[in-house]
Design a binder for this molecule. Structure first.
Ligand code: GUN
Length: 297
């Protein structure tokens, strides 16, 4: 069997088209323009490229959008004062501080200074708590993207065995909390395996999974014989494994794609699977923050 590909770029384009329409309606009917500020400290090339992509997408969707570039020497106090300014700015609904920050700045102190209702990354402990309880207005972007890919590429996960490989704060743990909620598009029976789980148990749990979400941080970690026939496999990993002839980075996921595609029913490729969804979910969170601020949700 050869698995159906879940193409993140296509799903992301579909969601962005839906968001664009929603933004037009928000402007026309409610005089609300979603506002996003992305704060970049320093000039790390990967961060510059991520922030540029976020700005480009927010302009395409018709947001009020600010790119705030700061010197790598900015003091923690100055950065905290900047966040306070945006917390108080009614035109700004979403604040994103691009990580990593320089070593002299305490990243947690900065992230925790963002108003939770403007925290479109959903990294603030208040939003982590809201997610656990099921009262959050937005979800962290990467696991939210995985949920959309499962819903649109596989179907309803209600009652299915869903296994998450990895327990990071930005993917594994929120993925567990999102998918176990008694909510549409979730309501799965969730297990998480991690570096503390004996290898033979990891394989045993993976083999039971109807839906397998892999964020292990190890290239080609999940093998073909770990996967149930017909399972949905979502690969969050992005690993550089060399350079192509044209000089581009050669990427692979945390799933051994060539082996697993012969067993799975559907699978996300790397690149072109989860990656394109992350920025789109950030846009979705910003629209949600704007609607929440306007009392529309
Ligand atoms: N750096 C890499 N990924 C992310 C992300 O999702 N959010 C923020 N704020 N910084 C990042």
């Amino acid at each position: 069997m050869s698995a159906k590909l879940i193409k993140g770029a296509e799903v992301a384009a579909q969601i962005r088209a839906e968001l664009k329409k929603e933004v037009e309606e928000l402007k026309a009917k409610h005089n609300v323009t979603p506002g996003l500020v992305t704060i970049l400290v320093g000039e790390d090339p990967a961060s510059v490229s991520y922030v540029t992509a976020k700005q480009k997408t927010s302009h395409e969707l018709g947001f009020y959008s600010i790119q705030d570039n700061q010197s790598p020497d900015i003091t923690e106090d100055t950065l905290l004062a900047l966040i306070d300014k945006y917390n108080k700015d009614p035109k700004i609904h979403g604040i994103l501080v691009q990580l990593p920050l320089p070593k002299h700045i305490d990243s947690n102190k900065v992230l925790y200074a963002i108003d939770p209702d403007k925290d479109v990354d959903a990294f603030h402990p208040v939003n982590v708590g809201r997610l656990c309880i099921g009262t959050g207005i937005f979800l962290p972007c990467t696991p939210a993207g995985c949920k959309e890919l499962i819903n649109r590429g596989y179907g309803d996960p209600k009652g299915k065995e869903l296994v998450v490989v990895g327990r990071s704060n930005i993917v594994g743990k929120p993925m567990v909390n999102i998918m176990l909620q008694k909510a549409p598009g979730a309501n799965a029976t969730v297990t998480v395996v991690h570096t503390g789980t004996p290898q033979e148990k990891i394989i045993e749990h993976c083999r039971r999974a109807d839906i397998l979400v892999v964020a292990a941080g190890v290239p080609k970690y999940v093998k073909g014989d770990w996967v149930k026939e017909g399972a949905c496999v979502i690969d969050v990993g992005v690993n550089r494994i060399g350079v192509t002839e044209s000089g581009k980075a050669k990427l692979c996921g945390d799933v051994d794609f060539d082996e697993v595609k012969e067993k799975a029913g559907c699978i996300t490729p790397v690149p072109g699977g989860v990656g394109p969804m992350t920025i789109t979910m950030l846009m979705s969170n910003t629209v949600m923050a704007a609607k929440h601020a306007a009392g529309l949700v």
